[in-house]
Design a protein around this ligand. Structure first.
Ligand SMILES: [Zn+2]
Length: 241
């Protein structure tokens, strides 16, 4: 018997046990603080060196790069190791699924990654810690060492498009899977939210694990409100059995 493909859509809630707050969600820190939101809005960032200076200081102080995976991230790795085909589609930029041991090719990062920088001109990339080291050494706004262009984090800023290749793969996985588990996502930010509907439309078993109600709860086969740190390991263990 072929084992069912399990797709896991993860949002901010899977990383709160790792000490990472929700930045981007409808109730996230950025939406509540318009000045902070400017630091991750493409138009402001590209147009204003002072915004870039503040943005680099924010990255320098951000604890995301020091965060460790938690029980929920590890449960996904255990499922993958059990031989069940699994793919993760994540709204998170913290890289914790991979840090927990999930092969990078099994993770689709809809909003990019905070662990790398990217040049806005030549698209060169590198480890974020290298750019942060230049800021620590006194550069306000480190320029691309290849072309002199403006560097930013390799995350999708407000005002930037999602990578169409990543998005296309996410849709394909969602259509192909037999089980779709949305975990720690309010399912209110597109396109991630719409994926839950696509999964249900294509006959996948839809499971939603989230502390709060979501717009897709009435379409779900199972809604779980218990804390993610215990709920996800239990759900995934059942699937691996
Ligand atoms: Zn460049």
């Amino acid at each position: 018997m072929t084992r069912p493909l399990v797709a896991i859509l993860s949002g901010a809630g899977i990383s709160t046990d790792s000490g990472i707050p929700d930045y981007r969600g409808p109730n996230g820190l950025w939406r509540k603080d318009p000045e902070a939101e400017k630091l991750v809005t493409y138009e402001y960032y590209m147009g204003d060196p002072e915004i870039r200076r503040q943005s680099w200081q924010m990255r320098r102080k951000n604890r995301t790069l020091q965060a460790e995976p938690n029980a929920a991230h590890r449960a996904v790795v255990d499922l993958e190791k059990s031989g069940v085909p699994v793919r993760v589609i994540t709204q998170n930029i913290d890289g914790l699924h991979q840090l927990a041991g999930l092969p990078a090719r099994k993770v689709l990062e809809l909003h990019g990654t905070a662990r790398e920088f990217r040049c806005t001109k030549c698209h060169a990339r590198g480890p974020m810690r290298d750019a942060i080291a230049r800021v620590e050494a006194g550069e306000d706004d480190p320029a691309c060492l290849e072309c002199g262009g403006i560097l930013k984090s390799a995350t999708v800023f407000f005002g930037e498009r999602l990578d169409p290749v990543v998005l296309g793969e996410a849709v394909a996985i969602t259509k192909a899977c037999q089980v779709f588990i949305a975990v720690g996502s309010s399912l209110q930010v597109q396109p991630a939210a719409g994926l839950a509907g696509v999964a249900a439309d294509h006959g996948a078993r839809l499971v939603i694990v989230n502390a709060e109600a979501t717009p897709y709860d009435d379409r779900a086969d199972e809604v779980v409100r218990e804390p993610i740190g215990t709920a996800l390991p239990r759900l995934l263990h059942e699937l691996s059995g």
